[in-house]
Design a protein around this ligand. Structure first.
Ligand code: LHQ
Length: 261
């Protein structure tokens, strides 16, 4: 069985982590297949939204620790190599993809698995799901963007508590804290996540890409720079076919038919 399942339906590219017996933890093959799937999402016009989820009871438990040869007395492993070649490019790919990425967190999301979920644009979680910054339990710090996303999403006090204590945060607390978009009953998770993804896949794709860019740049821009950015991106949005269609449809009091152009 492939460690990542990929299917394209009505504009939504569904990507499913598929190592359920290992709680969908990452090995090199999974990184490679995920990279290919996200490149496809980037390159194919038919892909208008991405839906990321996990098979089985977990979303993703981060790095597969059984793959690492960490034993007493063994030579130290350079973890920067793995971050530089796999995790960091993955986080950049998700943030820079000019199409919306929905994450359906179906179960526990731990270590890099939690932060990859947070790198997605819209996170919906099953009520039984949880988020764990497991890193400190093994002597590490949050990676895969965790030290960037967490304080910005929930504030330094809560981010620090999550990182230092490494305790499970329930999906309900995650939504209450503003870490994620929504929590739904377990049985409803995929229906809800698919409905959101389909809705997005029928939207003004180029405009969505510009929304992502503007929000993600606002994390580091001052107001002046952000106002200039909004002006420049709105120029681009105004040149799209979907903008014209949106305005015409509004005037004609009908539902717009966006083509992602
Ligand atoms: C696992 C794993 C796992 C292997 C559960 N690997 N088997 C990347 C590389 C470079 C630099 C450093 O940073 C990184 C990024 C990272 O992600 S580092 C952090 C890696 N992840 C973790 O530390 C999480 C470890 N796992 C856990 O804390 C728990 O298993 C969680 C909270 C995910 C789930 O807890 P439970 O629901 O109580 O399940 P469990 O602990 O009983 O696990 C079930 C099985 O899955 C068990 O195997 P077994 O044979 O005993 O049934 C675990 O060993 C295995 N498993 N995570 N990451």
């Amino acid at each position: 069985m492939a460690s990542i399942l990929v299917s394209l339906e009505t504009g939504v590219l569904s990507i499913t982590f598929n190592r359920p017996d290992k709680l969908n933890s990452f090995n090199p093959e999974m990184h490679q297949l995920l990279r290919q799937a996200l490149e496809r999402a980037h390159d194919e016009d038919a892909v208008r939204a991405v839906l990321l989820t996990g098979a089985g009871r977990a979303f993703c438990a981060g790095q597969d620790l059984s793959e690492r040869n960490v034993t007493p007395g063994a030579a130290p492993v350079d973890l920067a190599l793995s971050l530089g070649s796999h995790y960091n490019p993955l986080v950049r790919r998700l943030r820079e993809l000019p199409k919306p990425v929905v994450c359906a967190v179906n179960g526990v999301a731990a270590g890099a698995g939690a932060n990859i979920a947070l790198a997605c644009d819209l996170v919906v979680a099953a009520r039984s799901a949880s988020f764990v910054q497991a890193f400190s339990k093994i002597g590490l710090l949050p990676d895969s963007g965790g030290t960037f996303f967490l304080p910005r999403l929930v504030g330094t006090a809560r981010a620090m508590g999550l990182a230092l204590l490494g305790e499970k945060l329930s999906a309900e607390d995650a939504v209450r804290w503003g870490l994620i978009w929504k929590v739904v009953d377990d049985a409803q998770l995929m229906n809800e996540a698919l409905a959101i993804s389909k809705n997005l896949s029928e939207g003004p794709t180029k405009g969505y890409g510009l929304i992502k860019k503007a929000f993600y740049m606002s994390a580091t821009n001052a107001l002046d720079a952000q106002l200039d950015l909004e002006r420049d991106l709105q120029r681009q949005a105004g040149f799209t076919e979907d903008y014209r269609e949106g305005v015409v449809a509004f005037k004609e009091k009908r539902k717009p038919v966006f083509k992602g152009k």
